[in-house]
Each structure stands twice: as structure tokens, then as C-alpha cells.
Design a binder for this molecule. Structure first.
Ligand SMILES: Cc1cc2nc3c(=O)[nH]c(=O)nc-3n(C[C@H](O)[C@H](O)[C@H](O)COP(=O)(O)OP(=O)(O)OC[C@H]3O[C@@H](n4cnc5c(N)ncnc54)[C@H](O)[C@@H]3O)c2cc1C
Length: 485
């Protein structure tokens, strides 16, 4: 069994099939960094992956099997392993995008041509991307009808419990090309920058189940009303667990539904529906990725290929480091740097600021998030960046430009979130915390703030940035077309 983005023993269809076969089981993980077609993990994801693998190893060992680590292209490693061990069947759970088309599909063909059995399963999505289509039979481009069609297919299947025991394949010597987990070098060493990640997350299946229980008790009851508030700890923080398959969407879907039905949580049906529709956005992103494997690099709407992006390395650096002078943007970017995650509303504000006010190509932002987010996901990250840029399917129109001051005041009304991540502004009254350059000098002095010294002045003036972005967008197409959007 080849583990990839399904690092769990419960609700793992390929693993269930392996157990049912009664054959001794060899569990394999391959770090595919240099495999053509595979996008290497960013730093935060590598940290996550290490710990999720440790947790998986414990779960497998407790059941009588063992996870073996390899580094390199699976197309070389798996056939060699079958030959060395006499394995006759290879099983895995499906991935999507280039991993599926450039690596998994040709490998499956190759293994079958060699007379081996090779089967794949869906353990990552509630609905396979190709199961949902428009009435005309085309891929969906708009979320609401996509989700309606998906739901019309019926309830997602119920999750499958973990096997009690496994019949592991035992082989004392190292297998060809086998390495230790440490040799995968997934953890940051010099320096070890992961302290904030450790304080925020417990990667792996055990941590995911605990996280879900906490969320059902504490977050879900406020989800419909407060999910947009970065100052409150309301959302599930399950995205990285989902990305690596520490937990399946089926488990989340059903455990949340059961908890609400049984009255085990104070959450309402409305909270549940809102939460489930966010899982629906994840399904939609994978649908888009399946039909557009270049989603992270190519504008979904080709007219954006002519967009006059600015090259501005200093501004990009200021954004990455949370030094733009816009507190809500800086708080988000520093949350990301310190903890490996960022609240969804702030992701939207920070991404919009980079793309529109600073007019830097969304692909630079996507790449930074890919490196720094624990949940960096081939579908969700790319689709969300294109959504904010206005270049995506069902995207926010380009000319809808978030004002970071108004957004901050609306979603972080007391400035609690800004104070947490931008401590140099902590002494400023809530009325000024989202626009310190407008605060009276006496108040700034009292709060110990010197603009341009202790906290940056705004990187770009908002009206100027907005007007520049709109005129660049207008240059893409005839004016009447623009007005009709
Ligand atoms: C610019 C930008 C980049 C993003 N990059 C990623 C990414 O790399 N990986 C990622 O998983 N999400 C990404 N998102 C979507 C979203 O911000 C995160 O999924 C969410 O913040 C994760 O927090 P949570 O688990 O507490 O979410 P919850 O609110 O608890 O939602 C539950 C689950 O639904 C899914 N979900 C929620 N919102 C979205 C969304 N807008 N689109 C797709 N799925 C969603 C996630 O799997 C999430 O875990 C991005 C959003 C933006 C605006």
C-alpha cells in the first residue's frame, strides 16, 4: 500500500481493501521531491508531513504493520519493491491534478503491464470531480449549482472504522532504496523555526480527531455567525489535516452531522450547513483542479494573461514579512509566518491587497502561501488565489477591491487580532488600530508608536492603489464590456 495524501488508518479505503485481501501488507511512503510533475512541498508542509508520518507509523505499528520510507520517483521505487518482495498487488487512494495524470496514471498502466494488480480508491473527496457536471454535461464553473448538483447525488458514504490489526509484511533488512524518516529531512534544523507551528497544531490522525471534537463542541455552535472573525477561535483548523488526509471529509461530514442530530453540540442546522458548504468549496476547488491541472500557474480566464502586473521586489518582501503599514494585512502575514496558518477572511484581505493595491501577480502570493502554509493545497490554494484575483472560475470580480481598513474594522472590531500579531500597535485605541496613520500624533506618542520607525507607514495609498488597479483592469477589455460586468 502506497500512502500519499491519506495519512490515517481509519476511513482509508485502500487500507481496508488491503486488509480484506488477507495478504501480508507492506506500507510505503515515498518523498517525491524530484519527481517530474510533482510540486515539492513547501517548508511548513514538510514540517506537517514529518509529524503526520510519525503518527501514522505509530498507528500502523500498534496494529502489526510498519511504514517504510523512500525518496525518489514512485515509478522507479514501486516496481523495484514489488520485484524484491514478491508483492503482487499495489493499492493507493487517489490524488488529483498533475500528480494523478503525470505520475499515478502512467504508473498504474506500467504496473498492470507487468502483470501486477493495481487498484485506486477515493478517500479524499465526498464526490469525485467527474461525478458532478452542469446540465449540459460540462465541467462546473460556478460554485452554487456545482454544490447543488453534488448534494443531489445523495449523502456521502459513511466513514469506515480503522482495522483492529494488520498482517504486516516483515523483512528485517532494509529494502532497496529504503531510508529512515530522518533521512527525508523534513524538519527545519538551522534554524528551527517551527515553534509557533508546534504551539498551534498537532499533525496526524490523533490530533485531527481531537481537533474535530474540540471544534464540534466549541466552534461549530458559532460557525454561521462568527466564522469571518479572525479575533475569535471559531473555525475548525482542520484544513491541513484534510490536505494530508489525517482525517477524511467523510468523517468530518458525518461526525458533525451526527453531533448536531444527537444534540451533542449546541450548533444549529444552519451552523452545520454553513460548515458543510465550506467543505463544498474544497470539493469545488478539486473539481477545478481536475479539469485545469495548471490551476496554480495559468489564469483560468486567459484575458488575465495580458494584465500589466508590476514587478516590485521590495513591496513583495514587505507584504511577505507583514510590514505593509496596513495592520490587518500585517497581522495576517505575521500569523502565517509564526503559526503556519491564517484565518480565511484575512487570507482574502491580504491576497486582495497584494494583487490589487500593490498590483503584484497572484502567482507570487500563491508561491509564498505554498511555502508557508501548513495546509498548502494544490487545489484550494490555487483556486482561492485565482478567486481573489478575479481570474478564476466563479471569481470575485476584479473591480471588487477590499479596503483593508474597513475590513479590519468590520471583522476585527476591537483590534484583538491585530494586537496579537502586531504587538507594536497594542497600545493604540480600537478606533485607530486599523489606520494608525490617521491617529492624532499625541495618541501615537502615548502608545509608543513612531510611524516609519516602530511601525511602517502605508506601503501604498489606498485610493491611488485602487485607481491604478482599476485602470489596469480596464485596459484588458473594451469599456462597455467592463461596465457590463
Ligand atoms: C488566498 C487564499 C489561499 C488559500 N489557500 C488555501 C490552501 O492552500 N489550503 C486550504 O486548505 N485552504 C486554502 N484557502 C481556503 C481557506 O482559507 C482555508 O481552507 C481555511 O481558512 C482553513 O481554515 P479552517 O480549517 O479553520 O476552515 P473552516 O472554516 O473550518 O472550514 C472547513 C474546511 O473547509 C475547507 N474550506 C474552508 N474554506 C474554504 C475555501 N474558501 N476554499 C476551499 N476550501 C475551504 C477547508 O478544507 C477547511 O478545513 C485559501 C483561501 C484564500 C483566500
Amino acid at each position: 500500500m502506497w500512502f500519499r495524501t491519506d495519512l490515517r488508518v481509519s476511513d482509508n479505503l485502500a487500507l481496508t481493501q488491503a486488509v480484506a485481501s488477507g495478504q501480508p501488507l507492506l506500507c510505503v511512503f515515498c518523498l517525491e521531491d524530484d519527481t517530474p510533475g510533482h510540486r515539492p512541498h513547501g517548508g511548513a508542509s514538510r514540517w506537517w508531513l514529518h509529524h503526520a508520518l510519525v503518527d501514522l507509523q505509530q498507528a500502523l505499528t500498534a496494529r502489526g504493520a510498519q511504514l517504510r520510507y523512500f525518496r525518489g520517483p514512485a515509478a522507479t521505487i514501486l516496481p523495484a519493491l514489488c520485484e524484491a518482495t514478491g508483492a503482487t498487488t499495489v493499492l493507493w487512494n487517489r490524488r488529483y491534478g498533475h500528480d494523478a495524470t503525470r505520475i499515478d496514471a502512467p504508473l498504474k498502466t506500467m504496473l498492470r503491464e507487468r502483470g501486477l494488480r493495481c487498484d485506486s480508491f477515493n478517500a479524499a473527496l465526498l464526490y469525485e470531480p467527474w461525478e458532478v457536471a452542469t446540465k449540459a454535461g460540462d465541467p462546473a464553473r460556478v460554485f452554487t449549482p456545482f454544490w447543488r448538483q453534488a448534494r443531489a447525488r445523495g449523502e456521502p458514504r459513511a466513514p469506515i472504522p480503522a482495522p483492529d490489526s494488520l498482517r504486516g509484511f516483515h523483512h528485517d533488512a532494509k529494502l532497496p532504496d529504503e531510508v529512515d524518516l530522518a533521512e527525508l529531512a523534513l524538519l527545519p534544523r538551522t534554524p528551527d523555526w517551527a515553534e509557533g507551528l508546534r504551539a498551534t497544531f498537532t499533525p496526524g490522525e490523533t490530533g485531527a480527531q481531537q481537533r474535530l471534537r474540540d471544534f464540534l463542541n466549541n466552534g461549530l455552535p458559532h460557525y454561521a455567525t462568527h466564522r469571518d472573525r479572525p479575533d475569535l477561535d471559531i473555525t475548525s483548523k482542520l484544513s491541513a489535516h484534510l490536505r494530508f488526509g489525517d482525517i477524511s471529509p467523510h468523517q468530518i461530514w458525518h461526525y458533525a452531522g451526527n453531533a448536531v442530530a444527537a444534540g451533542d453540540t449546541n450548533a444549529s442546522e444552519r451552523d452545520l450547513e454553513k460548515f458543510r458548504s465550506e467543505l463544498g468549496w474544497r470539493e469545488f476547488s478539486y473539481h477545478l483542479l481536475h479539469y485545469n491541472p495548471e490551476l496554480a500557474s495559468k489564469n483560468f480566464q486567459p484575458r488575465f494573461d495580458h494584465f500589466p502586473w508590476r514587478e516590485d521586489a521590495m513591496a513583495l518582501r514587505a507584504w511577505q514579512r507583514g510590514q505593509t503599514g496596513y495592520p490587518i494585512v500585517d497581522a495576517g502575514m505575521r500569523e502565517l509566518w509564526q503559526t503556519g496558518t491564517m484565518h480565511n477572511r484575512v487570507r482574502m484581505i491580504a491576497a486582495s491587497f497584494l494583487i490589487k493595491h500593490v498590483m503584484i501577480d497572484w502567482r507570487h502570493g500563491e508561491a509564498w502561501f505554498w511555502d508557508t502554509l501548513c495546509d498548502a493545497d494544490p487545489a484550494n490554494n490555487a483556486a482561492s488565489w485565482q478567486w481573489v484575483a478575479g481570474s478564476g472560475a466563479d471569481a470575485a470580480p476584479y473591480f471588487r477591491i477590499f479596503n483593508p481598513v474597513l475590513q479590519g474594522a468590520k471583522f476585527d472590531p476591537d483590534g484583538t487580532y491585530v494586537r496579537r500579531f502586531v504587538p507594536e500597535l497594542a497600545g493604540l485605541a480600537s478606533a485607530h488600530i486599523h489606520a494608525p496613520w490617521q491617529a492624532p500624533p499625541a495618541l501615537l506618542a502615548k502608545a509608543g508608536i513612531t510611524l516609519g520607525a516602530t511601525y511602517p507607514r502605508p506601503l501604498v495609498e489606498l485610493d491611488h492603489g485602487r485607481a491604478r488597479a482599476l485602470s489596469a483592469f480596464a485596459s484588458l477589455q473594451p469599456r462597455d464590456n467592463f461596465a457590463a460586468q
